[in-house]
Write a new protein. Structure first.
Length: 298
């Protein structure tokens, strides 16, 4: 009879991908079949659950390989990823339940083909975020013990998570009070996208923790998959591009918002300029005019 350790599949890139795709397909089916209209209410929650399942598999696999407890590196990375997933999943699920819908999916839900896109997209996202952990778990004995340098990686992750969490809490509280006003308070005084800064920072911390086990080109790619893929998503796909289109359309005509954007760092938290430069203010006015033209064209 096989032992308990032999029953647990070894963690790795392929198993992480299989968990991501399988879980997301199940969530897609639950959110689509047997309904008059698909629901997005489980989308973000399923993303968090997928990350947690990959984490659990990696930790269990490492423990099985070692005949007891997982390696300290896998345990630390797994705990950090789990803390992030629990936080972001509960926050986003509560928000969509409170608001009743997620505007990102209003058009996608109308077509069965386009409705599949976000679920496939989320499969890749979940897999990429946990690729560093999966790589370290698969490395086994090749992953060195924790050192003082790893404290830097953990501190970067915790710091990024703290910034992301505080930014979300501040923005959520503000929007409850002022649903039709732009968020320019708290951490957003220093960065227009303070929450995204925290998000990317924490995954670079995870990459630092995975770095000692990255002894080949493939492992290096896995180690940096989380921050690189997350950066592409935030800067090129569903993050900043969608947000910019929305905020300029809503608030671009406001001189106060133009002044805020002209004085405030887009991403890295920096002290805001006391007075907007003529060049920055001209850019903000031009950006607002472009948004107005785009809205008229629609």
């Amino acid at each position: 009879m096989p032992s308990f350790a032999e029953l647990i599949p070894k963690a790795g890139i392929s198993s992480a991908l299989a968990i991501a795709c399988g879980t997301q397909f199940g969530a897609y089916a639950l959110s689509t079949f047997g309904r008059d209209e698909p629901t997005e209410h489980y989308y973000d929650l399923s993303g968090a659950a997928t990350n947690l399942l990959i984490v659990a598999h990696c930790v269990a696999s490492s423990a099985a390989q070692r005949g007891g407890l997982p390696s300290p590196r896998v345990a630390l990375m797994g705990a950090l990823s789990a803390a992030w997933a629990l936080r972001i999943g509960s926050y986003l699920y509560e928000r969509v339940q409170r608001l009743g819908h997620d505007a990102r999916f209003d058009k996608l839900k109308k077509d069965p083909m386009t409705w599949r896109i976000p679920w496939c997209f989320q499969s890749v996202w979940c897999f990429s975020l946990q690729a560093p952990l999966a790589m370290v778990a698969a490395a086994g004995a090749a992953a060195p013990r924790l050192t003082r340098m790893d404290a830097i990686g953990a501190a970067v992750f915790v710091g990024g998570l703290a910034i992301e969490t505080l930014a979300d809490v501040q923005k959520d509280a503000f929007k409850r009070r002022e649903p039709n006003a732009p968020m320019t308070e708290g951490l957003f005084q220093y960065s227009v996208y303070a929450n995204y800064f925290g998000e990317l920072t924490l995954w670079w911390g995870q990459a630092l923790l995975a770095a000692p086990a990255a002894t080949s080109a493939t492992r290096v790619a896995a180690a940096v998959a989380a921050p690189v893929v997350d950066s592409l998503i935030i800067w090129r796909l569903s993050g900043v591009p969608m947000s910019e289109k929305s905020v300029w359309k809503k608030y671009g005509a406001s001189a106060a918002y133009q002044d805020y954007r002209a004085r405030t760092s887009l991403f890295f938290p920096l002290p805001p300029a006391s007075v907007a430069s003529p060049q920055a203010l001209a850019w903000a006015k031009a950006r607002a005019a472009k948004a107005v033209e785009g809205a008229k064209a629609q």
